[in-house]
Design a protein around this ligand. Structure first.
Ligand code: M6R
Length: 618
């Protein structure tokens, strides 16, 4: 997803260098083109990587302020012409933008009639022309550009005219040290330095310079100069906001010695589960303590139904949560994909809790689904990894994952932490609703043992790498499982397709005979999750059905299960845990399998084509 970074400083630092380094730390969001503008030097854009942008910069590209952008195409193909920053007719007003200007066509028409000429197909460009038009009208009315007031007024007028979503940074050539930022649905963070200020779409590029940040809310505008920052609303009323100290280290966002962020993040699994559990379990009493939900204790007692809303991997965590919460806390749960829920007329009322699960906390479809729930009076909760993100701030209460920043586009450690948080929620709500102390204790103890068990799976990564090599020529895979692990089959297939571009389908093993089994032959391997649980025998029957059609089978089986090796072509063993928690173990070999397969194919594992880390458009 697009990334914004802007800088203004009076410390004699080279802004170009700061801006390019900032873009590098935003690369993980996924992008197709990059660009930078500095009032003293002009603009340079490129399709492709930041490294290419760096190569293209002339030697004398220097200055003390500027705006920079990584673009992920929404309107107009990925090309240099459509890359940001975009400018007005005079090349004086420059803008970088995340989001979509929904009324750009009508604005473009109006501006074209007024004599503006457009250089790109991008919706963003209208913003620069709109500001230009307002500035022109002001000077026609006799205004002077003292202290940037006219630029601010023009920017505000333009922002009040556009509809849609935006996170933007605007700069005016004649006032080089002033940058205006605004937010409507797309995140914007201010970084507060000493004699320098920053604007970015997330804290990553700001952290090497300062830990002091401020998050803009929707409908807010910020103006930064080297020595000052101000926040106000679109109606010009002043906003007073306290700075937040971010405690991530910049190193946390580095690869930590692994070849890819994805592997690093898979290897962090044990620590991540420990961090999600830390301070939240009282095993002796079979309780879970979730401080983030204390403020809504009474409302939680009133709810009679939960709707989980999420997208992609987070939605599969939600499906595991459905099995956990219904199976052990006995609360009716439905899981809805954010993009579906937001547009259908679901039955929601004040006795419903709508829980949004999101690593980034910015996924627009999940956010809008939560807002839809709120409109109908539901209690809204978040299971979110990114502190201070929009979902974290807009929900009534929630549980943070504490998984640390996830850089690789493919979600791995966040998935583990989401399922762990859902297990905690199951104990938390279950104990309020008739779960016995014995059952609570059993889950709590099993949860505590998970990190060591994940470590045992990670030790087998060499063998899993060999397996990936063996199957790297196959073009199709089927993933099957039942009950708690059915969502893990879906997740295993998603992981494989998103980073290796190999066709993979996840299916409930019982559904195989209703269609998918027709695909099976000697070239169509099946990954079968068949750990020792209540549906083990059923899974064994399904594996027999596949073998009868000569389909190769890779089984995920419980340690000590020797019988399955007689049936399956390859077996990955995982430690035993209680059935409810088995997804948290069983997904790990599937993540490793997908990783090594993509690596074997020489693909860009951390930044798969066409995908973005944070999906802030619908
Ligand atoms: O940030 P979120 O958890 O809300 O993101 C949801 C999905 O976009 C995300 O899980 C996506 O499916 C990943 N690429 C999966 O690896």
């Amino acid at each position: 997803m697009c990334g914004i970074f802007a800088y203004t400083g009076n410390k004699g630092k080279e802004a170009g260098k700061i801006l390019l380094n900032g873009l590098l730390s935003l690369e993980y969001r996924g992008y197709d083109s990059a660009g930078v503008y500095m009032p003293e030097s002009g603009s340079v854009k490129t399709t492709g990587a930041v490294a290419e942008l760096r190569r293209k910069l002339p030697k004398d590209f220097k200055g003390t302020s500027g705006i920079a952008h990584l673009r992920w195409a929404t309107h107009g193909e990925p090309s240099e012409k459509n890359a940001h920053p975009h400018a007005d007719c005079g090349g004086e007003i420059w803008v970088v933008h995340n989001g979509i200007i929904e009324n750009f066509k009508e604005l473009k028409e109006k501006l074209s009639k007024a004599g503006h000429t457009f250089a790109s197909d991008s919706d963003t460009e209208v913003l620069a022309h709109l500001v230009e038009e307002h500035l022109k009208n002001q000077s026609a009315g006799g205004g002077s550009s003292s202290g940037g007031k006219n630029f601010e007024k023009a920017a505000l007028a333009a922002l009040n005219e556009v509809r849609g979503t935006y996170g933007i940074a605007l700069q005016y050539k004649r006032e080089p040290d002033r940058i205006i930022a605004a937010r409507m649905g797309s995140p914007i963070v201010l970084g507060l330095g000493d004699g320098e200020h920053f604007i970015a779409s997330d804290p990553a590029p700001i952290l090497p310079h300062t830990r002091k940040v401020m998050f803009l809310e929707d409908g807010e505008v910020a103006v930064i100069t080297p020595g000052k920052h101000r926040i106000f609303r679109l109606d010009s009323t002043t906003v007073k906001r306290k700075a937040t100290e971010i405690d991530w280290s910049a190193e946390e966002a580095q690869k930590g010695g692994y070849e890819h962020f994805m592997l690093k993040e898979i290897m962090e699994g044990p620590e991540v589960v420990r961090n999600t559990l830390r301070g939240r379990l009282i095993p002796a009493k079979g309780f879970a303590k979730l401080g983030g939900l204390e403020s809504v204790t009474k409302q939680l007692q009133r709810i009679d139904r939960i709707i989980i809303v999420a997208c992609g991997t987070a939605s599969y965590a939600g499906q595991v949560g459905e099995y956990m919460l219904e199976g052990h806390a006995r609360i009716p749960v439905e899981v809805e994909i954010g993009s579906e829920f937001r547009y259908r007329k679901a039955v929601v009322n004040e006795r419903t809790a709508v829980i949004g699960i999101s690593q980034s906390g910015e996924t627009l479809d999940t956010l809008e689904a939560l807002r839809e729930g709120k409109r109908h009076g539901a209690l809204t909760l978040g299971i979110v990894n990114t502190v201070g993100s929009t979902i974290a701030r807009e929900t009534d209460a929630g549980v943070y994952n504490h998984a640390g920043p996830e850089i690789s586009v493919a979600s791995t450690k966040a998935f583990l932490s989401q399922m762990t948080a859902l297990a905690l929620l199951t104990v938390f709500l279950g104990r309020q609703r008739g779960m016995t102390e014995k059952e609570g204790r059993e889950i709590a103890l099993a949860l505590k043992e998970l990190p060591e068990k994940i470590e045992k799976i990670l030790e087998q990564r060499g063998a899993i790498e060999q397996l990936a090599k063996k199957y790297s020529k196959n073009r199709d895979f089927l993933y099957i499982a039942r009950t708690y692990n059915f969502p893990v089959a879906l997740e295993g297939a998603l992981k494989l397709k998103e980073i290796s571009y190999i066709h993979a389908e996840g299916c409930a093993a019982g559904e195989m005979k209703h269609g998918p089994i027709a695909m099976i032959d000697g070239n169509f391997p099946t990954v079968a999750i068949a750990t020792k649980d209540s549906v083990y025998e059923k899974m064994i029957s399904n594996i027999h059905e596949i073998k009868a059609r000569k389909g190769p089978v890779i089984a995920i089986a419980t340690e000590g299960d020797r019988e399955i090796a007689k049936l399956a072509d390859d077996v990955i063993h995982v430690p035993k845990t209680m059935e409810m928690l088995s997804p948290i173990l069983n997904v790990v070999p599937l993540q490793l399998f997908a990783y090594y397969l993509a690596k074997e194919k020489g693909l860009n594992v951390d930044r798969p084509r066409n995908l973005a880390k944070s999906v802030t458009v619908e």
